[in-house]
Design a protein around this ligand. Structure first.
Ligand code: CMP
Length: 229
């Protein structure tokens, strides 16, 4: 399988590329597939490639003592990862794991750096997304200290629905809801606590589950969870 021009254009960081630059970089990508739970990037390995997610979903994770997993971010089709170690010259900052069958294309460190030097639009797009990721991480740190579990869970669900929102969908949907364990690993709590909170949100009619999807009501999105009990 090889990368097409249309697929490259759907990747937001490359969407502003001139035709000639897009064609030039296209042939340098290598497409690879991974099965669910495969490790794509391993923490502390050298940063030798940038990855663009074409299909599927991955989680960016750290492991604490006793193998406890902390999820920093879920990434979806069109997102990129692996840029940090290339840009700062350090080792990989985290592990990246396929959450389902996943197709990525990778660009070698050298090709990525050359491309950035020649295409400032891509560099600015990457800076914008890195700023957004830092903003999200800042918010997460604040939430861990300031909010209780119900409010942290509500915030993560609202963030996931907001990321998926586009002009074709109305309401607040998470099309492929993460497992309770994944949600727990995103907000630093146990699976049992997440299950209890989800049950409570459902009982109060604030959220609904439909197959793989989770639908948030308008009341849920507007609710102040600071005094939820
Ligand atoms: P790198 O350090 O090369 O390898 C791991 C990758 O995970 C990293 O680049 C980023 O692409 C991604 N990553 C690390 N931390 C975060 C985060 N907080 N949010 C989103 N992506 C991240």
């Amino acid at each position: 399988m090889s990368l097409t021009l249309e697929a490259l254009r759907r990747v937001s960081i490359f969407s502003d590329l001139q035709e000639s630059a897009a064609i030039q970089i296209l042939g340098r990508f290598q497409v690879r597939t991974f099965k669910k739970d495969n490790l794509i990037v391993s923490q502390d390995s050298p940063g030798d490639a940038l990855f663009v997610l074409l299909e599927g979903r991955v989680k960016v994770v750290l492991y604490g003592e006793n193998g406890r997993e902390i999820i920093l971010k879920l990434l979806n089709a069109g997102d990129f990862f692996g840029e940090m170690s290339i840009l700062d010259g350090e080792k990989r900052s985290a592990n990246v794991i396929a959450m389902e069958g996943t197709t990525v294309c990778s660009l070698s460190r050298e090709d990525f750096i050359e491309h950035l030097r020649e295409n400032p639009d891509t560099a600015f797009n990457i800076l914008g997304i890195m700023s957004r990721r830092l903003r999200y991480a800042d918010q997460l740190i604040g939430n861990l200290t300031l909010l209780d579990v119900y409010a942290r869970l509500a915030q993560v669900l609202i963030d996931l629905a907001t990321e998926e929102k586009d002009e074709r969908t109305s309401g607040h949907w998470i099309k492929k809801r993460p497992t309770h364990q994944d949600l727990a690993n995103m907000i630093g709590t146990s699976r049992e606590t997440v299950s209890r909170a989800i049950g409570e949100f459902q009982r109060r009619g604030l959220i609904h589950i439909e197959g793989k999807a989770l639908i948030l009501s308008q009341t849920f999105v507007e609710q102040n969870f600071a005094d939820f009990d």
